[in-house]
Design a protein around this ligand. Sequence first.
Ligand code: SF4
Ligand code: SF4
Length: 306
Amino acid sequence: MSTPLVFNIQKFSTHDGDGIRTTIFFKGCPLRCEWCHNPESQNYGKEMILHRHKCTACGGCVKACPVCANTIVDGKLVFDRDKCIACGECLDWCIPQAREIAGKEYTVKELVTAIKKDLTFYERSGGGVTLSGGEVMAASDLDYVVNLCKAIKREGISVFIDTSGYCTYERLQKVMPYADCFLYDIKEINPELHKKYIGVDNKTILENLVKLSNDGATIYLRLPVIPGRNGSDEDMRSIIAFLEENKVRLKQINLLPYHDIGRGKYAGLDRPYDEEGTMTVPPKDEMERLKAMFEEHGFHNIKIGG
Ligand code: SF4
Ligand code: SF4
């Protein structure tokens, strides 16, 4: 079992739960949301992000690379991603910092030390730490995640778990004693559309949500809204019906409007992203209208955004 890799430690985050938080993003996810804004979160291993616009074709990485993944052809860098073993040897040779490796191992102690630096901010704002991804609940070494949660709680710091719920319920049960809240996504309620846009069935996700609620977990439900993909009135009505039928208890609902700030990261990973531009940012009044749909059904504490 390998230690889950971290690809970002976001300090002073105000979008991943209550107050000011440190969000730790782990690599690796079994889902493939078409609109994922952290594509470097999807694979479990380390990988090179190449910021081509910064590259001056100096050839430093050509000399540094032990597996000859870089060549200069006609004055331009050609990078062979299939050869790259993400060893990082080329990073120091790249003066314009066109290269970065996504994914780093940390011990629990190292993470807790980093987290504790902002203790005063958590205390003053009612914040804490959010473990996110990727899918932290699908980490191969779940004991690491549990130990991290325990260590953070020992410091008196709140722990939120940001999850798609796509894992066994036993995994959720293991972190539940240390999780103050689950930020839980329903990305799409229709099973066929879920398979189409996210790559997997949503049966487990919906079942786990009901189980968490029945077991008394605090849940903030998060509903990403991507016009042309999900968030239709029919979708929202089905989500409301599901929540009502299953008596799912929610402390908060967050309607998350689509944004495309991850687009540039896809280029850095040599992956395509919505090349036809069919995903658009929903207008503010549309988000307000969706919010009202939930309010009409008696749901409260509904926020637009994270
Ligand atoms: S990370 Fe290592 S293998 Fe990949 S391009 Fe750089 S030196 Fe080569
Ligand atoms: S070292 Fe950096 S700037 Fe130089 S060729 Fe490689 S990627 Fe480009």
